[in-house]
Design a protein around this ligand. Structure first.
Ligand code: 13P
Length: 252
């Protein structure tokens, strides 16, 4: 199996002012130093991107945006473009997050355009998929996740697809304290890898990193990370405090 570098990402959502964000980066760097056996990515709100980018300059952390628009510029009130994110040295962009899909109505086709656009700017997309509770209860988890994957990845080359970070975030586990069990998460991650194998090939499937998100905490990170197809974590609430995020970064 290909070596996959674990990725631990903090999604701060609509939390932290600029000063709080900068203090966090200094404190986290002090606590975890420069890990080389895992990647640490921070996605602050847009207003803090420039300051966090500057604060990260002497760290090993990487910067992510939480969303972007696929056009370079234009009359798109309230949107931000890849050119603007490049100016602050963003390397990753979270796309298709369940809050974008379900609170703001983003659909597969829009997300597909954003995933494709991410490669035009040299960003690594963190492409999120996941089912709602009712779909899980109807036994439709694979159907939902398979469709989101197929549509979001359409048109990518095999090489691009291998570089995508897929985030499996079951909607019922986000911000609810209800984590998927390691077995539930592993089952879907293995399914995502199988989809990759049929959409591309086994080599691409073995390279792609698939991270889990949904109530990841210091006390469940180790068992989740022990699963063979779980390559990292996308962390919301527990990424807001240095102590809890540090423990997640230092999973064993
Ligand atoms: P929580 O960790 O707060 O459940 O959020 C998960 C998430 O949505 C990360 O993108």
């Amino acid at each position: 199996m290909a070596d996959r570098l674990p990725l631990i990402a903090a999604n701060w959502k609509m939390f932290k002012r600029i000063d709080e964000a900068v203090v966090f980066i200094g404190a986290l760097h002090h606590e975890v130093g420069r890990p080389t056996d895992r990647e640490v990515v921070i996605a602050p709100p847009f207003t803090a991107l420039a300051a966090v980018s500057a604060a990260m300059r002497d760290t090993a952390f990487k910067l992510a945006a939480q969303n972007f628009h696929y056009e370079e510029k234009g009359a798109f009130t309230g949107e931000i473009s890849g050119v603007m994110l490049k100016e602050v040295d963003c390397e990753y962009v979270i796309l298709g997050h369940s809050e974008r899909r379900h609170v703001f109505g983003e659909e597969d086709e829009l997300i597909r355009k954003k995933v494709a656009a991410a490669f035009r700017y040299g960003f690594t997309p963190i492409f999120c998929v996941g089912e709602k509770l009712e779909k899980r209860e109807e036994g439709k988890t694979f159907e939902v996740v398979g469709k989101q994957l197929k549509q979001g990845l359409e048109g990518l080359s095999a090489e691009q697809a291998a570089q995508v970070v897929v985030a499996y975030e079951p909607v019922w586990a986000i911000g609810t304290g209800k984590t998927a069990t390691p077995e539930q998460a592993q089952e879907v991650h293995a399914f995502i890898r199988e989809c990759y194998s049929s959409l591309f090939d086994i080599g691409v499937a073995n390279r792609v990193r698939i991270v889990y998100g949904g109530s990841v905490k210091p006390d469940n990170v180790d068992t989740l990370m022990a699963q063979p197809d779980i390559d990292g974590m996308l962390v919301g609430g527990a990424s807001l405090e240095v102590a809890s995020f540090k423990r997640i970064v230092q999973f064993q």
